[in-house]
Ligand binder design. Structure first.
Ligand code: HEC
Ligand code: HEC
Length: 294
C-alpha cells in the first residue's frame, strides 16, 4: 500500500525505479500472492519470493533478463490473456507495470530483498469456524479465470461470477449457494461432481478433498463473511436441482417441500433421475414448484 501510494505521488519516479526486487516483490505481495502462493498456485507459479519468481511456472520461466516480451510482462500489459492480476480490474497502474519492466530490463537484480513474508494460508480444522477469508483463495485460484468479468471465456458461464463474496451469494442465472444448506448449493454439488459437468470445468485435477470440505462447512455454517457475519437468506431465489431422487421429496440428500401446488410430471420413483425447480422460502427451506422424471 505504501508503495502504491508513493507511486501515485510520483515519489519513486526517477532513475533506479524498480531496479531491484524489493519494490517489485512488495507489489507482487500486494497484488499477486493471494493466488500465486502455496502448493495450489495457478500453473505452479509462486510469486512470493525472488527464487520462486525466477523459477517460473510449469510452462517454464516467466521472466527473461532484458526481454520486454517476457510472459509475465505480457500478462501485466494484457497482451496475453487473461490479464493479470486475474481479479482485476483494476489492473496495475502504468507506472507499476513500468517498474516491473524496468526490473526485467535491468536483468532482475535481487537488491536488498527484505520482503514481508507472504501470508501463509491456514485451513481451519474440522469443527472450527470457516469464514469467507478461508475459502476466498479457493475461488480465486480455481474458479475466477472463468467465473468473472475477466473470464477467458468472454463472459462468465451461466452469468455466475465467483470473484467476491457478494457475487458468490448473488449467484448467476440461478442461486449457487444457499446459506446453511450445502446439499442444496450448486457450488458444492459441482465441486463434488454430484452435478454435471464437474467443476473446475478444466479439471481434473479437481479441488483437493480438504478444500471441498472447507466449502461444505462454510456453506453449512451460514456462509459467513470475513468477520463471521452470516449471509442473508436469499428469499425467493430460484433453484434447480438435477440428480437422483433419494426420498419422496429429496434429491441427493437435499430435502425440499412438496405441497398441493407442486406440479409433478412423470412422477419419478426413488432411485430415478429427477429434476426439481423451486424457490427459497423465508426460513431457508426450498419449496418445489415442479418435480419431474428425467
Ligand atoms: C485472483 C487470482 C490471481 C491473481 C491475483 C493473479 N493471478 Fe496470475 N494467474 C492466475 C491464474 C488462475 C492463472 C492461470 C490462468 C490460465 O490458466 O490461463 C494465472 C496465470 C499467470 C501467469 C501465466 C503463467 C504461465 O505459465 O503462462 C503469469 C505470468 C501470472 N499469472 C502473473 C501474475 C502477476 C504478476 C500477478 C500480480 C500482478 C498475478 N498473476 C495475479 C491467478 C491470479
Ligand atoms: C475453465 C473454466 C471454468 C472453471 C475454471 C470453473 N468453471 Fe464453473 N462453469 C464453467 C462452465 C463452462 C459452466 C457451464 C457448464 C454447463 O453447465 O454446461 C460452469 C458452470 C458452473 C456452475 C453452475 C452454474 C449454474 O447456474 O448452473 C457452478 C456452480 C460452477 N460452475 C462453479 C464453479 C466453481 C466453484 C469453480 C471453481 C472450483 C468453477 N466453477 C471453475 C467453466 C468453469
Amino acid at each position: 500500500m505504501i508503495l502504491r501510494a508513493a507511486l501515485a505521488f510520483g515519489v519513486l519516479a526517477g532513475p533506479g525505479l524498480g531496479q531491484d526486487f524489493s519494490q517489485v516483490g512488495a507489489l507482487f505481495i500486494d497484488r499477486c500472492v493471494i493466488c500465486h502462493s502455496g502448493d495450489d498456485a495457478p500453473l505452479g507459479l509462486r510469486l512470493d519470493t525472488l527464487e520462486s519468481v525466477l523459477r517460473g511456472s510449469e510452462n517454464g520461466p516467466v521472466v527473461l533478463a532484458g526481454d520486454a516480451a517476457s510472459p509475465l510482462l505480457q500478462r501485466l500489459r494484457g497482451e496475453a490473456e487473461p490479464q493479470m492480476p486475474l481479479d482485476g480490474p483494476p489492473f496495475l497502474a502504468p507506472d507499476e507495470v513500468a517498474m516491473v519492466e524496468g526490473w526485467v530490463m535491468a536483468g532482475m537484480p535481487a537488491g536488498d530483498v527484505t520482503l514481508a513474508a507472504a501470508p501463509e494460508r491456514k485451513r481451519p480444522a474440522p469443527g472450527e469456524p470457516v469464514l469467507w477469508s478461508d475459502v476466498e483463495p479457493i475461488f480465486l485460484k480455481g474458479c475466477i479465470k472463468c467465473h468473472s468479468d475477466n473470464s477467458k471465456l468472454g463472459a462468465p458461464p451461466e452469468g455466475l461470477r465467483l470473484d467476491s463474496l457478494a457475487a458468490v451469494l448473488q449467484g448467476g442465472d440461478r442461486l449457487a449457494v444457499l446459506p446453511g444448506n450445502p446439499e442444496m448449493s450448486e457450488v458444492w454439488r459441482r465441486i463434488t461432481g454430484l452435478s454435471d459437468p464437474r467443476m473446475p470445468f478444466d479439471g481434473p485435477p479437481w479441488l483437493p478433498d480438504e478444500d471441498i470440505r472447507l466449502i461444505h462447512d462454510w456453506i453449512a455454517q451460514g456462509a459467513p463473511d470475513a468477520d463471521g457475519k452470516l449471509a442473508p437468506i436469499p428469499v425467493g431465489a430460484r433453484i434447480r436441482l438435477r440428480g437422483t431422487l433419494t426420498a419422496e421429496a429429496e434429491i441427493d440428500g437435499a430435502a425440499f417441500l412438496v405441497d398441493g401446488s407442486t406440479r409433478i410430471d412423470d412422477r419419478p420413483a426413488i432411485g430415478d433421475a429427477a429434476e426439481m425447480r423451486g424457490t427459497v422460502l423465508a426460513d431457508g427451506t426450498v419449496k418445489a414448484e415442479r418435480v419431474r422424471d428425467r
